[in-house]
Design a protein around this ligand. Structure first.
Ligand code: ATP
Length: 205
């Protein structure tokens, strides 16, 4: 998967709508301290389904909404849209209008008091669906492809179990754990139903 553009509005210091094109090759973001370079990386992780406010450097998820300055009032919502192109053979996960359409556009919006909502290629989707499609492409919110400040130190100090998680993210198989958990839940529900059914049948005998 290749990220092609990032659109932000009301996200952290990006109060005005900003549309950044990410061309092929190496992209560098330069600017003075505190101008918002890390906020851009956080916007990418956030739209991919990041659900830890702490890793967004906030106390609660609404802290990603522009909080206002001495001269500008705070905003009521933040929105980030990422446009990406799927690689050949990468699963469409039901978001694309057809399997041959490589375009993927995901939007996450948060409103004060109303939480987050996601859209993928124009359809309302769950946070989990978004997290899965990026995890399958080995580029999710926790992917080692996104290296935030302090991350290198954290990797060096990581426990074996945490290193394994990083390798699984990099290999694009972390979504399989989520699917396995879902399948196990469905299996348990089906087993419960079967047990109830056999009890009812036994009562009828
Ligand atoms: P450095 O080079 O020092 O690492 P940086 O360019 O990576 O800095 P960021 O850490 O991305 O900068 O941005 C920090 C700026 O974002 C601060 O000025 C902070 O006030 C602003 N900021 C963060 N959250 C919000 C918010 N919710 N509303 C308004 N501004 C915010």
């Amino acid at each position: 998967m290749r990220i092609k553009s990032l659109k932000l509005a009301g996200f952290k210091s990006f109060v005005e709508p900003a549309d950044l094109k990410i061309e092929s090759g190496l992209t560098g973001i330069v600017g003075p301290n505190g101008c918002g370079k890390s906020n851009l990386l956080e916007a990418i992780r956030w739209v991919m389904g990041e659900n830890s406010a702490k890793s967004m450097r906030g106390g609660g998820m609404e802290d990603v909404i522009f909080a206002g300055t001495a001269s500008r009032p705070p905003r009521d919502f933040a929105e980030v849209t990422i446009r990406a192109e799927r690689d050949v053979g990468e699963p469409a996960a039901g978001f694309a209008s057809n399997d041959d359409d490589p375009e993927l556009e995901v939007t996450r919006r948060i409103e004060r008091g109303a939480g987050s909502a996601y859209r993928a290629n124009g359809r309302d989707v769950r946070a989990k669906d978004v997290a899965l499609i990026f995890a399958d492409a080995a580029t999710g919110a926790h992917s080692p492809a996104l290296v935030s400040q302090g991350r290198i130190g954290a990797i060096i100090a990581a426990k074996p179990q945490e290193r394994r998680q990083m390798l699984e993210e990099a290999a694009g198989i972390s979504g399989l754990h989520v699917r396995r958990k879902d399948a196990e839940q469905k299996l348990r529900a089906a087993e419960n139903n079967l047990e109830r059914l056999s009890n009812i049948l036994a009562d009828m005998d």
